[in-house]
Design a protein around this ligand. Sequence first.
Ligand code: PFF
Length: 527
Amino acid sequence: MTEPRAQWKSKMGFILAASGSAIGLGNIVMFSSNAYKYGGGAFYLPYFIALFLVGIPVMIAEFGLGAFTKKSFPMAMRQAGGRVGEFAGWFAILNAGLITMFYVTILGWVVGMLIRAIAMEDVSQGFAPGNTVWSDLIRGWLPVSAVAIVWGLNILLVSKGTKTIEMAVKVFVPLMWVAMLVLVVVGFFLPGGFDGMQNLFAPEPEVLFNPDVWRGATSQMFFTLSLGFGVMTAYASYLPDHSDHSHNAITTSLLNCGFEWIAGVAVFAMLFAYSQLPASGTLGMMFTVVPSGIAALPFAVKIFGVAFFALLLIAGLTSSISLVEALVASLQDKFQMPRGRTLAICAVVGFLGSTLFALPILIQVPAEGGPPGEAPIGLMLLDFMDHWAFGYGLILVGLVECLVIGWGIGAQNLRKFINQRSRFQLGAWFDVLLKFILPILLTLLLTFSIMDQDILKETVYGTGITTADGAGLWNSLVEWSPKLILGLWVIGCGLGAWLLSGATGADLDDRAVEEEVAEIQEEGGLL
Ligand code: PFF
């Protein structure tokens, strides 16, 4: 017997949950680090084009798909595109599962830093430039326990599905807005802070000719809006009928990008006030550069140090719970297993994966043009997995989902379904975008980056790491690890998706979509 599908209690609850998923670690530091790396104010152009051309339309499609089928991603994709659709759906969920593993590891580091910030006697010394708090932290075993805590919190917050998620986001999401607004106001009044903010807007137009900038903006858009993970479809499958999906998608996207933008202003103000340069890497920004900006504040350093990591933790948790929910809901929809057992399986596997990325064992990494450096193996594996699962996985999923929705359900049918309930009417442009423009655009981006970053380099990403003594079985394993990670991604997601999509599960009337489509056309007389 199947239970009736859970529902959000209110539209507000849904918007908080969806925007809570979107606003996460990516918003607080990734935007400023990318804006700095990709040419300051000029980055806005690719960013806004990616928002309006890719982000909002794909979010409308993901919301529409979930509401239309009332299924989480893989089964929804099956209704839209048969076995191939379901395969792509599971690929997305497994790819998202790998990203969840290291997202939780990063949250574990955040917990570790939060504990340090609370315990530290003098934060302005401890977090000062050149500080080694983070590099010491990841060279120890504390993060492994922290990872267990974060998984524990996730289990607690998704235990009762929409009910507990809604409770959590009602407290956490407003809290994180308040924290961010306080940071930006403080930044504004710092001496030099205003000049720092202007740096975020100073354009370097030549970057617009660099295709890598466009790829960066598109990947960032997928990640920051939580697209290509199956999350938004799962969340929208819990919406009551007659929800306005276009409006929801526009609201969620603008809340997310608004937050990101405010965070960018706060971070730039704080860094430039103390002549710090933003790092080009997200982790460096999060764990060393911003903390050293905070260390230089003229007052309340401890409060801001603790608040910054608490903010990261809260924002990260409202994101990670959406990932866990998407995973659990997908397995439940397919195999109709009890929720508790499904969640337990996901948490155990997830915890083991997150532990792998938190391993502190030191290895040698080649440094460009200099002597080799040392790094924990977990951090290196995280970087390799990030390259595949984040760098390619999301865009790949986005491409296939546009094709499956565009041609499977038919973009025009989904549009009509959405328009019946929406105050903002989608035009025929939506069909053209989903069926042709986005698939072509995403294929070009994907081809370009695979050629540029991998095929032309003729080595597997990350090759060259060894152990200190360079001998023995452990050394071979370390040397092979970039290939093992690539294999884990391809086989784990590809073979896993093939097996899951082939497995017998809940009955799904594959003709259901055609019937529903016919119904929509009849009801609305929209054809
Ligand atoms: N949007 C989140 C961020 O910007 O940090 C990352 C994320 C969370 C992606 C949840 C996907 C997701 F389902």
